[in-house]
Design a protein. Sequence first.
Lengths: 384, 229
Amino acid sequence: MFDLIIKNITQRKLRTALTVFGIALGIFAVIVMGGMSEHFNITFERSISLTADKIRVLPEGGFFGSNLNESKAREVKRVPGVSDAYGLLQAPLDPESLGFFGGDVIIGIPPEKQASLIKDTKLTEGRFLVTGDSYKAVLGSSVAREFNLKTGDEIEIKSKTVQRAASITHTRNFTIVGILEYTGSFFDNGVMIPLDRAQKFYDRGDTVSFILAVPEPDTDSDDLAKRIELNVEKVKTFSPSALRKQIEQSLVVFSLITVSAAILAAIIGGLSVMNTMLMSVSERTKEFGLMKALGAETKDILFMTMGEAALMGILGGIFGIIGGGALVYYLNEYLATQGTVLFSITPRLLFIAIAFATLLGMISGTYPAYRAARMSPMEALRYE
Amino acid sequence: MNDEPILQVKNLSKTYIRGKIPVHALSDVSFNVNKGEFLSIIGPSGSGKSTFLSMIGLLDKPTKGSIFIEGAEVTKASESEAPRIRREKIGFVFQHFNLIPTLSALENVDIAMRFARVAKNKRKERAIELLTQMGLSDRMKHKPSELSGGEQQRVAIARSMANYPVIILADEPTGEVDTKTRNMIVDLLKGLSEKGQTILVVTHDMAVAERTSRMITMRDGKIESDRRL
C-alpha cells in the first residue's frame, strides 16, 4: 500500500508541497519555541542543582525590598542547624539592562566563601578569589567568551547611583584572576568580585542582596528555613524546595506561552492537511467507490488516506526540524559571541516534534479518510 | 459433478421511494444461471436491469427475495462481509471503464489483487498474464489516458478476472465504444465464456445480446422473456 500512498501524494506535487510546507512551518515554530523553553529549563535545573543545598535569606520585602544588612548573616549563622551563612551582592554588569534572561551579573562574594558557592566547579585558568584580593574578578565562561578576556586582562565595570535627579556613573577596572569552566548555569554569566569592594563600588554600605545559609548535614532545609524566619527579624527565606517550586512556576508559565504559540502554528499546519485531504478525497470520490466495488475494505481505504495525511505530516515534521534546527544552530552560534545561548534542542524535543507532526497529519486526515471510506460504491460509480 | 446453479435469484423485489411515490424497480424476479453461461439481460431504460446488477454485485440491497452465489446467500451478507464476496466471487466491468487514472494498465489490474491480499510477485505475474491474454502486452505501462476506449475496456476486463471470479458482471460494457471495438469486446467475452467463465451482461444493445447464449428481456421490473439462443 505504501507505493500507492507515495504515488498519490506525488501526483499533485504543488499541493503536497504547500501542505508539507504548512506543517513544516508549524514544526519549525515548535522547535524554535520549544528549544528556547528547553534551554531555560536546563539552565535553571543546573543553577538550582549547584545551589541546591543552600537556603536563601532575603529582606522582608523580597528581592527588590529593603536593604539587608550584612550583620544579619551573623544572626542567621547563629540559628541552630546553620553551619555557615554569608551575604552576596548582586548587580547587573551593564547597569542599563535589568539582566533577567541571559544578562551578565556581578556577584559580590566574600572571597573565602567562593568555593562554597560554586561547589565543584573548576577553573579553566587562573585562580579563585582569595582573602585580601582587592579589585580582582573571576569570570564565568560565557562572560569571558563574550568579551574575549583572559587571566590578567582587565574588565571595566560600571555602577550607577542616583543622587537627586541626576545619575552618576562610576567606572572601575577589575583585574581578571581566574575563569570558571562551563557549567550551563547562571554562573556562566557571572563576574565574581570581593564583596567588600562591591559594596564600596556600588555605594551599598554594609548591605547585601541576599544571604545564603548552608544547613548542617542531615538538617531538613525546609524546617531550618522556617526557624531562620522565626529567629532573625525582618527576613524572608526560601528553602531549596520552595525556590525550586517558585522557579518552576514561572518556567511553567513561560513554557506555556512559548509552547502554545508553537502549537497554534502547528494546528494551522494541520488544518492545511485537512483541507488538502478533503479536496483530494472529493476529487477521488469515484476512485474510492471503485476500490470498494473491487473489494477494498473500509480499513484499506482508511489506511490509504490516513497514510497520505500522516506521510505529509512526517515530511513536514522532518523539514520543520531541519529548518528549525538550522536556525537555532546559527542563532546559538551568533548568540555565543554575545555571551549567551538561547536554545537547546533536546532528544525529547525532537521526539515531541516528529510525533506531533505525524499525529497532526493523522488527526487532520481522519475526517477526510472517514468520508472516503464511507463512500457507497453505487453512489461513487454513478458520479460522472 | 456439481449441478447446482452458480447464481440463483429467488423472488427478488426492489422498491424505491421516489418523493412519496413507491417505484417498483424489480418485482418478484427469479431465475438461475449455470456455470459457463454467457447471459445477457436487455430491456429499455428503467426496466430494472441495472438495479438488478447492483444487487448481484452487493452494491445495493433488495427489498425482498434473495440471491445465492455458489449456494451461499449473498443478500444476507453484512457490510463487513460484502467486500470479501465482491473481490472473491465477482468481477465488475463498467460502461465507463472506471480505471484509476493515475495508475498504469498493469497497476490497475494489480490493485484488484491487492485488496485480496495476493502476494506482490504473484500479482504481477497474473496481471501480465491477463493483459497479454487481452492483447495488451505492449500497453502495460500506459496510463488510461494514453489508451483507446477499447484498450481501456480490455484492461477493465483483465481487472475483473484477476481474482478468478465466479461470475463477471458487465454493465453496458460496449456503451462507450464504436461498433468495431464493440465486436472485439463481445468476441473477447464470448471467448472467456467458452473457457468456462460465467458472464452476465446488461445491455440495451441488441447486437450484443444476440451474440450471447441466453437472453433475458426485462420490462417494468419483471422478466418478459427468457430464451436460449
